[in-house]
Design a protein around this ligand. Structure first.
Ligand SMILES: Nc1ncnc2c1ncn2[C@@H]1O[C@H](COP(=O)(O)OP(=O)(O)O)[C@@H](O)[C@H]1O
Ligand SMILES: CC(=O)OP(=O)(O)O
Ligand SMILES: [Mg+2]
Length: 406
C-alpha cells in the first residue's frame, strides 16, 4: 500500500492531502483556516476517480465554523473524510508525513517522529518561532487522530544541508554566532528538491549534470542554486525572512534598518518582527499581498503597485545574477509555486534585460496558460527557462514512504 496522509500545520491553518504515492496523485485535499478565531473556514475536496463521475468540483465541501485548536481541526478533517470520502478504512494511510520548517543543523533527512524528535523540534523553535510550534502542534494532534501508524517529519531545511560553509556563514563574530546557532539554514527545500529533479526529467538529462537556478515564488519566496542535484546556495537564511521580496515579508534589508526603527520609530522587538514579517513585501509596498491583485492593480495604473512589482522583479534579477556567478554556468532557470507558475508578467519583468547573458524569454510561450512543465525561453536562449509546477505534498509523501519502507 502506498497511501500517505501529508500534514502541513501552520499557526492558524491545517493543510492536508491524502496522497497515493504509486499513482503520484492526491485522493483528497483540505484546508482548515483561521484556527483559534471565531470566523474559521474549512474545505475538503475529493480528487481523481474517487470524486465520482460528476467531474471536477463534485467532491468539494466548504463550511464556515469556529475551530478551537489543532485537535478540533483534525476532528473536522476526520469527519469530512467519513462524510464525503474517500473512506479512510478503504484508503488507510500507512504513514503520516509532516512538513516541519526548521530542522536546524540536526536533521539532514526525513525522520520517524519519536518523543526525542519532538523535543528537538520544540527546541529548534527558537530558530523558527513562527513555524515550529505550529508544526509541533499539528504532529501532536495527528498522533492522537492516527495513533496506529508511523509519523515522519520532512524538514524544509534538509535539502540545504549540502551548502558549503562559505554560503551558510554570516560574517559576524564567530563565537556569538556559534553559541546562538546563527547561520543560514534555507527553506522550501522540499520544493527545490522536487522541482530540480522534475526539471531534469523535463530536459531529459540526469540532474547530476545540471546547474540550475530554482525560483520558488509563492507567498513565501526563495531562490536556490542547485549544482548536480545539491543545494549550494539559497536566499532564505536563519529564518524564512531573508532574500526575495514576498507576499508580506520584506526579504533583504540593511540590518541597521531594524536598529533605526527601534531607536527612532518607537517600535519594540515584536513591532519590528510584525512589520518585517507581516506588513512588508508586496503588501506593504503595493497594498496587496496577493500577486493576482497586485498585477491587476498595476495594470489598472496604480503607481504603488507598479513600484512593488518592479522591486519584486529587481530582487529576483539580482539573485539570478549572483547565483549564475556562484554556479559558473546555468543550464536552466526554473520558475515554480503560485506566482512562478502563473504570473507571466512577473517572469517577464524578472528576466528582462538578461539577453546579453544568453537568457531570453519567448513572449508567446511565457504568456501561454497551461499546466505541466514547459519551456518559456526562445530557441536562441543559451539558458533554458522553464516553468515546473511544484508538489511539496507529493514529495513529502514519497520521502515519508521511503523512510517507513526502510
Ligand atoms: N494566476 C495567477 N497570477 C498571479 N499570481 C498568482 C496566480 N495564481 C496564484 N498566484 C499567486 O501565488 C501566490 C500563492 O502561491 P502559493 O505557492 O500557493 O503559496 P503558499 O506559499 O501559500 O503555498 C499568491 O500571491 C497568489 O496571488
Ligand atoms: C518557510 C516558508 O517560508 O514557508 P511558506 O512559503 O509556506 O510561508
Ligand atoms: Mg507553498
Amino acid at each position: 500500500m502506498s497511501i500517505v496522509l501529508v500534514v502541513n500545520s501552520g499557526s492558524s491553518s491545517l493543510k492536508y492531502q491524502l496522497v497515493d504515492v504509486a499513482a503520484g496523485a492526491a485522493l483528497a485535499t483540505g484546508l482548515v483556516e483561521r484556527i483559534g478565531h471565531d470566523d474559521g473556514r474549512a474545505t475538503h475536496a475529493v480528487r481523481g476517480p474517487a470524486a465520482g463521475a460528476g467531474g471536477a468540483g463534485e467532491g468539494e465541501v466548504r463550511e464556515d465554523l469556529a475551530v478551537r485548536d489543532h485537535d478540533a481541526a483534525f476532528d473536522w478533517m476526520l469527519r469530512a473524510f467519513a462524510e464525503h470520502g474517500p473512506s479512510l478504512e478503504d484508503h488507510a494511510p500507512v504513514a503520516v508525513g509532516h512538513r516541519v520548517v526548521q530542522g536546524g543543523a540536526r536533521f539532514f533527512e526525513p525522520t520517524v517522529i519519536t518523543e526525542l524528535v519532538k523535543i528537538n523540534i520544540d527546541e529548534l523553535s527558537v530558530l523558527a518561532p513562527l513555524h515550529n510550534p505550529a508544526n509541533l502542534a499539528g504532529i501532536v494532534s495527528a498522533e492522537r487522530a492516527f495513533p496506529g501508524v508511523p509519523h515522519v517529519a520532512v524538514f524544509d531545511t534538509a535539502f540545504h544541508q549540502t551548502m558549503p560553509p562559505a554560503a551558510y556563514t554570516y560574517a559576524i563574530d564567530r563565537e556569538v554566532a556559534e553559541r546562538h546557532r546563527v547561520r543560514r539554514y534555507g527553506f522550501h527545500g522540499t520544493s527545490h528538491r522536487y522541482v530540480s529533479r522534475a526539471a531534469a526529467g523535463f530536459l531529459g538529462r540526469p540532474v547530476e549534470e545540471l546547474k540550475l537556478i530554482v525560483l520558488h515564488l509563492g507567498n513565501g519566496a526563495s531562490a536556490c542554486a542547485v549544482d548536480g542535484g545539491r543545494s549550494v546556495e539559497t536566499s532564505m537564511g536563519m529564518t524564512p525572512l531573508e532574500g526575495l521580496v514576498m507576499g508580506t515579508r520584506s526579504g533583504d534589508v540593511d540590518p541597521a534598518v531594524l536598529l533605526h526603527l527601534q531607536r527612532r520609530a518607537g517600535l519594540d522587538v515584536d513591532g519590528v518582527d510584525d512589520l518585517l514579517n507581516k506588513r512588508s513585501g508586496i503588501l506593504g509596498l503595493g497594498g496587496h499581498g496577493d500577486m493576482r491583485d497586485l498585477v491587476g492593480a498595476a495594470e489598472a495604473g496604480d503607481a504603488r503597485a507598479e513600484l512593488a512589482l518592479d522591486v519584486y522583479a529587481h530582487r529576483i534579477r539580482s539573485y539570478v545574477g549572483a547565483y549564475a556567478a556562484q554556479l559558473g554556468r546555468v543550464d536552466a532557470i526554473v520558475f515554480t509555486a503560485g506566482v512562478g507558475e502563473n504570473a507571466a508578467e512577473v517572469r517577464r519583468r524578472s528576466l528582462a534585460g538578461l539577453e546579453g547573458f544568453g537568457i531570453e524569454l519567448d513572449d508567446a510561450r511565457n504568456a501561454e496558460r497551461r499546466g505541466g512543465a514547459r519551456r518559456i525561453s526562445s530557441d536562441d536562449s543559451r539558458t533554458d527557462v522553464l516553468v515546473v509546477p511544484t508538489n511539496e505534498e507529493l514529495e513529502i509523501a514519497r520521502q515519508t514512504l521511503e523512510v517507513v519502507a526502510g
